[in-house]
Design a protein around this ligand. Sequence first.
Ligand code: SAH
Ligand code: SF4
Ligand code: F3S
Length: 450
Amino acid sequence: MPPAQKKLFIKTFGCQMNVYDSNRMADALAPHGYEQTQDMVEADLVLLNTCHIREKASEKVFSELGRMKKLQDLRKSEGKSTMIGVAGCVAQAEGDEIIARAPVVDLVFGPQSYHRLPQLVAKAGNERVIDTEFPEEDKFDHLPAADKKIIAARGLSAFLTVQEGCDKFCAFCVVPYTRGSEVSRSVAQILSEANDLAAAGVREITLLGQNVNAYHGQNSSGNEVGLGALLFEMAKIDGLDRLRYTTSHPNDMSEELLIAHRDLPQLMPYLHLPVQSGSDRILAAMNRKHTAKSYLQIIEKIRQNRPDIAISGDFIVGFPGESDEDFNDTLALVKEVGYASAYSFKYSPRPGTPGASLKDQIAPDVANERLQTLQALIKHHQNEFNQSCKGKTLSVLLEKPGRQPGQVAGRSPYLQAVHVDAPASMIGSIIEIEVKSVGPNSLYGQLITN
Ligand code: SAH
Ligand code: SF4
Ligand code: F3S
């Protein structure tokens, strides 16, 4: 007899890896009778998949738990019970605190315990449970594959984690503590998952890792291979037309990866390569182990291999000790690279990281002003890049109905959102369009008819 149907609601915060993990958690619970819902009120089990990267992200968990209490009370008044679980990086970093501060929470578990979720949920029916160990076994060996129909319902573009954790220990960053040290999945395991995705109709896969280009998984001969070799294998999969990967560290852009950018038409010409600062003094204080110049040299090499590549990045302003001069170096680097897009953040001191105990923390108003200046410059470059696409022919993976009736929305190779006049029946195809106009956040294009 199939198990009784129960409803599962997952709210995801943070990075793409959390999006991927949330799907895997749903896949782990599906054989135990849990069906995912988008409506929190009907959920028997609510999971918050959390992010610890900045203070604001972390705080969201506790405000969300306040709302959960109300939800639980409302359902209780209707005679229904609601189990609440906290997963992800806040669970890993502050598990004990969550249990102590939030009586509403039944279950706390870290990113390396997701394969144990069915057992943890069963146990949490009787007592409050916390599981934030880094287990011996590899969770990916135990997580069940998703059902074909469920994969198809998730869309044409999918994430696939190939590497997790980080050994770099940038002075500002919690990831090495919340996700643990670097672990790469085997090539066979990744290809098997990618084949399942492609067989269910997925046309684009983004390989994920906190430090994805440090990937060093075993191939079938027992040899370690890098991300470049993995991409060459992925490119052989039928039906997979587009490949991407994120997030990379500048020091791990290997020759083979550059060759993949040169030789694989499936590998999209878009690279997210965070640099964080343009000042060598600050880069050293951040323990980034690269300089502004070495970063620019890497960008130049990538462009030699793939001249049309769009570069994206991450920046932190207001790291301890950052002077006006240091900040100006960041602005100069942004101008030199000419980013197609970039994300910038105000430094947030995180407990347990070396940056938090540094002297010369920057006053919030100074950091705010720098952030505004940097964001204006980034926006200018983003706009310039988008404008440069006007009149060009781009291929677009049509993914969903567009904003206007008669329109379909998709993504360009450069990850820009594109709206196209086309019938909904074309969703799922990759088509050539001519870019007719450019808005602040998206392009508008028309089908090329010969
Ligand atoms: N693994 C990736 C990104 C990790 S987190 C990498 O190595 O680049 C994503 C981004 O958040 C980082 O690139 C950084 O710009 C930002 N970030 C990380 N810790 C932060 C902190 N303490 N304060 C502000 N921004 C931070
Ligand atoms: Fe964090 Fe990325 Fe640095 Fe690793 S490389 S410590 S994930 S910013
Ligand atoms: Fe956040 Fe953890 Fe991702 S801290 S950015 S959810 S790895």
